[in-house]
Design a protein around this ligand. Sequence first.
Ligand code: KIV
Length: 259
Amino acid sequence: MSITPDHIKQKKGKQKIIALTAYDYSFAKLLDSAGVDIILIGDSVGMVCCGDKDTKSVTIEQMVYHTRAVARGVKKALVVGDMPIGTYETAESAIQNAQKLLDAGAQAVKIEEFPGVLPSVEALVKKGIPVMGHVGLTPQTAQAFKVQGKDNETAEKIMSDASALSEVGVFSIVLECIPTPLAALITKTVAAPTIGIGAGSSCDGQILVSYDLLGMFPDFRPKFVRQFFHGDEVIKRAVEAFRQAIETGNFPSHDESFS
Ligand code: KIV
């Protein structure tokens, strides 16, 4: 049975929500078989797969391409497609572009908060398209990658954005890079489950970029990332072994060749 947005809502306060990003079929299949609840095709694809300096140049066509690949690999997890900047500024464009992600295999979409975004979220929810909100550090519009909500004014703004998203019916909200006490207060106050990334342990769930978790994104390592694997070293060692095996005539062997 596959996980639905309702299952994610029911987990609030009972069971932690486990979420990760994926961008291709093979990774998605691995994450799904490891029991992840949500697989997000994040617009972080621009940075980790394409070497872009931020997520601002990611297009809906890129997201459709990667969503299709991920969806083919997933049997159980909820597949969420990220809406890139410039694709959901009006209710009409939001519905049109969300439909492209759904047609590619997503079961829900994620939208970053910015002033004036609520009518788009409301229109999607009314249309029956499940939406995951995203507040705090919102990379599509952020001026800098830094902790948000450190003073009362910005903390209140993040709190009210999260409440408004919850009230219009999002099924979960990503809280990115905000102080732990603020994330705890939002988690306690809003009905929608919160999924933290750099927001402390009180959130209803956690998400990381899979390349960060696996130690495979060398350019930048935020404080909130724990590397559960050192993919950079392991992959480099494997490729060096491959090179040596070819140079010494050890690869391919008789068994690895056709007679
Ligand atoms: O694009 C992305 O990967 C994200 C996650 C970090 C939440 O938005």
